[in-house]
Design a protein around this ligand. Structure first.
Ligand SMILES: *Cc1c(COP(=O)(O)O)cnc(C)c1O
Length: 426
């Protein structure tokens, strides 16, 4: 389908957002990356290798699944899940990491740095570095190190060095700052793999392009799915009425949204983390409650006080706990092509448990935000309409958090104690 939407411009602006705000020491490294990406982005050999890796290492294409029981119980629109949770390493992050690591190799950079929040981007980066034999250093806020300890150990197993960051709120934004500092000090041999559609140009565009494989697959998968499910009145080539995704930095959302932008009959809805409520001051809803400013190299919506100081954010899910958002989302919101809504911690947790028991899928807490809003919206729609939700990741990493919130200690079950006693006697 033809599109009049051509973003960003040559300098990386999405409308009035984006651009490249970086210290002079990074200007050269950023220009070098921009040139390398421009050279390889349409290179047939580069793209062939990228798609080979996605197929054979990641397991793409990921399926689209009709959540029929959930849809029936909601009594409205049909809910479909794009199963990014089934990717190798458990989330969409790996798509982008492979693309950037391939660029790093072509640019002759043997050392990779990355920031991580939930740990998923760190795990994906450590995975590719192991596969390609690259040195890997991952910066992670010390608060996130605590709540995502299985992922920290995973990165260690994969041979990466995890550096806990003690500054600020000890979360994702502080890890990003620290990674930027490392990059400034080591530009010659180091490639910085950013995990979302943020950072200075060309990162927001490049990460979007790598993640767009998600939406591109959906466009070819959905018409057949809708037809196979016998939805009455489904026209040939029909696409879903709504495409929905959670928004932290916004990469899984841009990945599924971008190919759908020309499909004007498809509503695009981004779900932000409303934490303890949009008016509680404890949330990460940068578009709904933020204002334009500059963060991590680009102009975008961010959560800041009257003096322009970035404020503390909160979400039950580490991956959504970020005070900014990708500049393209800021633009899509301003021009009205995408809508943004909020889902609270409690609503996300309810959707998490619901999906576990109704569909046999344990979603990431991030993805559970999108599922929660889909369940709410479905009730207001007709049963011959459809909602496609990007299930960005699996929830294995979150079961400790959920158990804690439910007052369960899963290492202290009676059966486990029994086993210990027997073992002790033998
Ligand atoms: C990191 C992460 C997110 C949030 O990042 P985006 O860039 O907004 O996609 C969402 N879901 C999962 C499973 C993640 O790991």
């Amino acid at each position: 389908m033809q599109s009049t939407y051509q973003q960003p411009d040559a300098a990386g602006h999405f409308g009035i957002y984006g651009g490249s705000f970086a210290s002079e020491t990074l200007t050269h490294a950023i220009a070098e990356l921009r040139d390398a990406y421009a050279k390889f982005k349409d290179d047939p050999a580069f793209l062939a290798e990228f798609h080979y890796e996605l197929k054979h290492f990641v397991g793409r294409p990921s399926p689209v699944y009709h959540a029929a029981r959930t849809s029936r119980e909601m009594g409205g629109a049909q809910i479909y899940l794009k199963r990014e949770d089934l990717n190798h390493t458990g989330a969409h992050k790996i798509n982008n990491v492979i693309g950037q690591a391939m660029l790093a190799r072509r640019m002759g950079k043997p050392r990779i740095i990355a920031e991580t929040g939930a740990g998923q981007h760190g795990v994906a980066t450590a995975t590719i570095c192991a596969r390609y034999g690259l040195e890997c250093v991952v910066y992670m806020g010390s608060a996130d190190v605590k709540r995502q300890s299985p992922n920290v150990y995973r990165m260690n197993l994969l041979g990466a060095k995890v550096v806990p960051v003690e500054s600020g709120s000890k979360t994702l934004k502080d890890a990003l700052n620290e990674a930027m500092r490392d990059w400034v000090a080591n530009v010659d041999d180091t490639f910085y793999i950013i995990g979302t559609v943020a950072g200075p140009h060309p990162y927001p565009m490049m990460v979007r392009d790598f993640q767009s494989v998600i939406g591109t697959e959906c466009i070819s998968q959905m018409p057949a799915m809708l037809a196979a499910d016998g939805m009455t009145g489904v026209a040939e080539g029909q696409q879903p009425d709504v495409v929905m995704a959670c928004v932290g930095g916004g990469s899984n959302a841009m990945g599924i949204f971008h190919p759908y932008i020309p499909f004007k009959n498809t509503r695009l809805i981004g779900v932000e983390a409303a934490g303890e409520g949009l008016d509680s001051g404890k949330h990460s809803a940068s578009i709904l409650r933020g204002s334009p400013g500059v963060l991590h190299g680009n102009r975008t919506y961010l959560l800041q006080n009257e003096d322009g100081q970035v404020t503390e954010t909160h979400s039950i899910s580490a991956g959504l706990d970020y005070p900014g958002v990708g500049p393209e989302h800021a633009h899509l919101s301003d021009i009205g092509r995408a809508e943004y809504v909020g889902v609270t911690d409690v609503e996300a947790l309810e959707a998490f448990h619901y999906l576990c028991r109704t569909e046999g899928i344990i979603p990431a807490l991030e993805s559970a935000h999108a599922v929660a809003y889909a369940m709410k919206l479905a009730k207001t729609m007709r049963s011959d309409q459809s909602i496609l939700v990007n299930l960005s990741g699996r929830g294995d990493k979150d079961i400790g958090t959920v158990a804690d919130l439910s007052g369960v200690d899963f290492y202290d079950r009676p059966s486990m104690r029994g086993l210990q006693v027997k073992g002790g006697k033998a």
